[in-house]
Design a protein around this ligand. Sequence first.
Ligand code: RBF
Length: 166
Amino acid sequence: MAVKGLGQIDQEYDGSNLKVGILHARWNKEVIDALVEGAQKRLLELKVKPENIIIESVPGSYELPFASAAMIKKHKLDVVIPIGVLIKGSTMHFEYICDAVSKALMDLQFKIGVPVIFGVLTCMTEEQAQARAGLIPGKMHNHGEDWGACAVETALKWSPYVERKI
Ligand code: RBF
């Protein structure tokens, strides 16, 4: 039994009244595609309607915070899942982007009053990223699935705007 990870959710949530955004970066596309697919799969399992899952993209992870804010407003989302894959290179770029993006996504929730899930992998190697997207058989599961589950639970329990729609 694994100690790390999301573990069982405390109930099967019904996301049929939710509008959910998935905003993904396009850097490290193989891993991104698997994570987006995992998030989408879990949202559908938790009854989010296909027409209420809006998927858009940005070039890189650095663009995620600003575009997340715009996407929430544009589509009146209940929750957004920004998805990015950052892999350490030979310069300090990685550290600056990881730091700026994680802080901006955290801050955005308080500014905008809508939950923002942290769907950003910050990996030292390509293999770490592939493993966390479920792309290496027998290693780890697809973290995109966890982000889908987090989005539904957090929006239903905590999003201030959800009740109006039910
Ligand atoms: N974006 C990512 O989403 N993941 C990366 O691993 C990544 N690495 C980058 C490395 C360098 C040297 C540069 C210049 C950009 C990188 N970006 C990466 C793109 C970045 O998030 C952003 O799109 C650009 O810096 C333009 O604002």
